[in-house]
Design a protein around this ligand. Structure first.
Ligand SMILES: [Zn+2]
Length: 309
């Protein structure tokens, strides 16, 4: 067969979508100039698409996804006319696929996100946009205030948590100054399964950058939750990893509620202040926190307070 006649895979991407029947899906789209022969199967927690009679006409290698279910996609030319697309999953998922033969041709793989809704449905999550009112928190060199930027991140987190079926309570909806005691009382009153306080870091040294996650000291659940969230937020935002540490201020939550304070990035650094104003970081920060929560409830669910009756 002439080289020019061979179907070429030209594009590959994924997104989280709502299905036609109300399902919540991770969807992968493989675009090509024409349809090709293929097999699709699950192998050790990965989904393998083996294409034959096709060639790649796009960059080969790894595409990081980190949507809470789908970790990454690898595409490689494995022979002169064979191509392998491997979807690596963080959690098990059922999948379906369909082929659309118009130009460009598309092979669409839809993975259900039931594992995530199964873990988080009914969980009571308190989301705390830090500061408010007269207490504006950190301030960027240009003018951005911490209390203003943590709000859209909290709203995004509330929105994606609701998709999982979690019950979300925000500590504030407007520009109000609430005391630490009031925030803690609220979390204790709703008997929260997790308390997520959203902040940015501030430093007198304006070269300091990066994200950190703080936890209620001497509390195992809080520390584990912080480690997972920190890992996932750094993956999502690609910022410096400032690690995790105890935060004495969260100790008042130390009655079995896993409590963390996420310092998304550092507002006092000019580059990160500009970054913080973007809608992308405000969404990705929320996604990173959600991914941390998923891992926490997936890997620690036997010990998690979420299993209390
Ligand atoms: Zn703060």
């Amino acid at each position: 067969m002439l080289l020019e006649n061979r179907p070429r895979i030209t594009n590959l991407w994924s997104k989280v979508v709502d299905g036609e029947n109300g399902e919540w899906l991770s969807r992968v789209i493989v675009e090509s100039t024409r349809p090709y022969e293929y097999t699709l199967k699950e192998v050790n927690g990965s989904i393998l698409l083996e294409c034959s009679g096709a060639e790649i006409n796009m960059p080969e290698g790894k595409l990081e996804i980190n949507d809470g279910l789908l970790r990454e996609i690898n595409i490689a030319q494995t022979g002169h006319d064979t191509v392998r697309v491997q979807l690596s999953l963080d959690h098990p998922a059922m999948f379906k696929h369909a082929v659309y033969k118009e130009f460009p041709s598309r092979l669409v793989i839809s993975l259900d996100r039931l594992f995530i809704t199964g873990l988080l449905s009914g969980k009571k999550i308190v989301v705390d946009p830090g500061h408010g009112g007269k207490d504006f928190g950190g301030r960027g060199q240009v003018s951005l205030l911490e209390k203003d930027v943590v709000m859209p991140i909290a709203n995004n987190l509330e929105k994606i948590l609701k998709k999982t079926g979690a019950k979300v309570t925000l500590t504030r909806s407007g520009d109000k100054d609430i005391s630490g005691e009031e925030r803690a009382t609220l979390a204790l009153n709703v008997n929260a399964d997790a308390y997520i306080s959203i902040h940015t870091n501030a430093s007198a040294d304006n070269s300091v950058v990066g994200a950190a996650t703080l936890y209620a000291p001497h509390d195992n659940g809080s520390e584990k939750l912080a480690i997972y969230i920190q890992e996932e937020i750094v993956k999502k935002l690609k910022v410096r990893d400032r690690g995790t540490a105890g935060q004495p201020g969260l100790a008042r939550m130390d009655k079995g509620i896993p409590a963390v304070e996420v310092e998304v990035v550092t507002i006092t650094n000019i580059v990160e202040e500009v970054f913080l104003r973007g809608l992308t970081i405000q969404e990705r920060a929320a996604e990173g926190i959600l991914n941390g929560l998923i891992k926490y409830f997936a890997f620690d669910r036997l010990n998690a307070k979420g299993d209390k009756k």
